[in-house]
Design a protein around this ligand. Structure first.
Ligand SMILES: [Mn+2]
Length: 215
């Protein structure tokens, strides 16, 4: 069997569910697991998630949560922080921080025209030219030429490919399907599901959250 690329949506500290999902997937030698960012925060076990990722050699994308925490590490100004950052700051070890430093903006697995990113891409600008700060946050955007005051639309609805983009960051009860993009943040930390997508076939594997971790 040829190796699989396994993309996993936002874990947000849900270590139990990540273990449940990995038990279903049973990765073997040669498979590559990619976490789509926002490994930490909101859920109960940010350290366990990062520890698992580094021990298993998972690749990871930079989420807006990791991006903010790393910015605080470089310049410890409390005004950078959100309230749920404090619990994570109390959990992460030096090894965890070193792993977060390896997270990348995008990843192109060598199994087809796919691009993985945490947030998304702005319309009208080549995706390779978009900054890390941008792509780990993109969600709702105004289409180029939209009238002043028009409602924003989700970036994925404007994405025309040709690459298929797998992304997280926009939680929903089900995967978010558009013509050339697939959103894999199925709101595990809010009591939804944790979703993996297997490339190149794009099969989905999901586990339910054990509970809702956000009041
Ligand atoms: Mn996010």
């Amino acid at each position: 069997m040829s190796s699989r690329w396994i993309a996993i949506g936002d874990v947000h500290g849900c270590a139990d569910e990540l273990e449940d999902l990995l038990a279903l997937l049973s990765p073997v030698e040669g498979d590559r697991v990619v976490l789509l960012g926002d490994l930490v925060n909101r859920g109960p076990a940010s350290h366990r998630v990062v520890q698992l990722a580094r021990r298993e050699g998972f690749l990871g994308l930079m989420g807006n949560h990791e991006h903010r925490l790393l910015a605080y590490r470089r310049d410890p100004r409390e005004d950078l922080l959100k309230r749920y950052d404090y619990a994570t700051l109390g959990q992460l070890t030096e090894e965890d921080w070193a792993y977060l430093g390896t997270l990348r903006a995008t990843l192109e697995p060598p199994v087809g025209p796919f691009v993985l990113v945490h947030g998304g891409f702005l319309p009208g600008i080549p995706w390779r030219e978009q900054s890390l700060e941008q792509v780990c946050r993109t969600k709702w955007v105004h289409p180029p030429g939209a009238p002043e005051g028009a409602d924003p639309v989700h970036w994925s609805d404007l994405w025309r490919g040709p690459e298929r983009v797998l992304y997280g960051h926009t939680p929903g009860p089900e995967v978010r399907v558009s013509a050339h993009a697939l959103g894999l943040d199925t709101a595990c930390v809010y009591g939804g599901k944790l979703t993996a997508c297997l490339l190149p076939g794009m099969e989905l594997v999901q586990v339910p959250a054990r509970r809702c971790y956000v009041a």
